[in-house]
Design a binder for this molecule. Structure first.
Ligand SMILES: O=C(O)C(=O)C[C@]1(C(=O)O)C=C[C@@H](O)C=C1
Length: 434
């Protein structure tokens, strides 16, 4: 049956890996294939269409999936035991396919040659391509976001077979930065909580962490200047971006709003909940601290204190939720950057961050932007920061679409007038997948 689902797969399974004893009995592709229940219509067509890359088969999968949903909805009241038997069969099949995928991912590792560490196996551009395909194929009922999360976890586990990646972030545990690490690298990566954004950059530069995840802007509050300033002196490259929907909660020991006399949080989080605080706790003392998790740790010390943080932090620190979500904007989103020591090839949908310092001459910024504009290269962002070491001189942080190794961005950068200023490529990276 495995032959029918993915032509040529059975028999070419990396069998020697199984011989080495890395595979649990019963999940070996060969054995599992024999045990698999008869494939149900949608799954069968979808899998074979994917393996052959045949658009017709993929359409067939979509049709079959739509058909099966109509059939589901027509059923008056299905028999619970037989529905569960179906689910058990599907679970068995999913499990054996995940095990088989892990074997292939291990083969990819071997195909890359003798590499030193997990970081050498990590390929953000490939991960983005895999996830975009998941989104393209998605025909419901699960959302793109849910499916992307599941597939990220699978890739994260596959990569961790070599060795887990070590990711530095603004700690302690329970911060939104930690959530961003999990969203981008999955739970098989090892998080390294650090005390400041500066330390995240330092630990990655020193090789003590493979990558770092740092917040760079919030949809309502704008840029996190301290992160941008790190790029003025850091040698690190931007290798990725993560967008995280941020929900804020008021947490306390007692769980009662009337007990609250003081509220701690990171300055950004206090700002994101300004209206709610004005309406619900107008007279209490508000204090900005280094991180939301630090705020929770302080609030945990007394009954009259509360903290604003993610719901996650309530579980990590054993606090009660007083109210939430309490952010003023319903689309409250924070963008994080992934920083590392290497550059990666194009993924097909990339963004590039540039840092430009301008010479003091007429039209300098125009001369830098004109070659981009002439090629219709979209600019997502331009931001100025005082340059280090020179009074009234500015560095411009510019995000554009495209990858430095590909036209038209490659040609535009080659043409940019050297006399107008210095253009430093901070990194080209895949546009965030939801
Ligand atoms: O395709 C690769 O290069 C792999 O190593 C496999 C894989 C995956 O599981 O799909 C795992 C880790 C990489 O970051 C990218 C993809």
């Amino acid at each position: 049956m495995a032959d029918k689902r993915t032509p040529g797969r059975t028999g070419s399974t990396p069998g020697n890996a199984a011989k080495k004893g890395r595979v649990r009995t019963g999940t070996q592709p060969g054995i599992a294939a024999a045990k698999r229940p008869p494939a149900r219509g949608p799954a069968k067509v979808q899998a074979s269409g994917e393996a052959s890359g045949d658009a017709g088969a993929r359409q067939g999968a979509a049709d079959a999936s739509a058909r099966s949903r109509v059939e589901f909805s027509k059923q008056a009241r299905p028999d619970l035991a037989s529905v569960r038997a179906q689910i058990d069969g599907i679970d068995r099949e999913i499990q054996s396919l995940i095990a088989e995928r892990a074997l292939w991912a291990h083969q990819v590792g071997k195909a890359k040659g003798k590499l030193a560490a997990a970081i050498d196996y990590y390929r953000p551009e490939r991960e983005a391509q895999v996830l975009r395909r998941v989104v393209d194929r998605n025909d419901g009922p699960l959302t793109d976001e849910v499916l992307v999360r599941l597939f990220r976890e699978i890739m994260s586990a596959c990569l961790a077979q070599q060795e887990p990646l070590k990711i530095g972030y603004l700690g302690p545990e329970g911060t939104f930065s930690q959530q961003a690490v999990h969203k981008h690298f999955g739970h098989s990566a090892r998080g390294l909580p650090l005390v400041s954004i500066e330390e995240v950059f330092d630990e990655v530069a020193a090789g003590n962490a493979d990558f770092g995840v740092v917040p760079v802007e919030n949809s309502g509050q704008g840029t996190i200047q301290s992160t941008l300033d790190m790029f003025l002196t850091s040698p690190l490259k931007i290798c990725g971006e993560v967008e995280l929907r941020v929900h804020q909660y008021l947490l306390s020991r007692t769980g009662h709003l009337e007990d609250v006399e003081r509220v701690y949080s990171h300055g950004m989080s206090l700002a994101q909940c300004k209206n709610w605080l004005r309406q619900n706790l107008p007279d209490v003392h508000k204090e900005a601290v280094a991180s939301n998790a630090e705020a929770v740790r302080r609030a945990k010390k007394s009954d009259d204190a509360a903290a604003i943080a993610g719901e996650n932090a309530a579980h990590v620190y054993g606090m009660k939720v007083v109210a939430g979500p309490i952010e003023d904007r319903t689309d409250n989103t924070t963008r994080f950057l992934v920083v590392g020591r290497a550059s990666f090839p194009p993924s097909g949908n990339d963004r590039t961050s540039l840092m430009v310092s301008i010479r003091d001459q007429p039209g300098a910024l125009y001369k830098i932007l004109e070659p981009l504009a002439r090629r219709a290269i979209s600019m997502n962002r331009i931001e100025s920061r005082p340059a280090h070491g020179a009074l009234w001189q500015y560095a411009f942080f510019i995000d554009v679409e495209g990858h430095v190794d590909e036209s038209p961005l490659k040609d535009a950068l080659a043409e940019i007038d050297d006399f107008a200023g210095d253009v430093h490529v901070l990194g080209s990276y895949p546009v965030a997948v939801p």
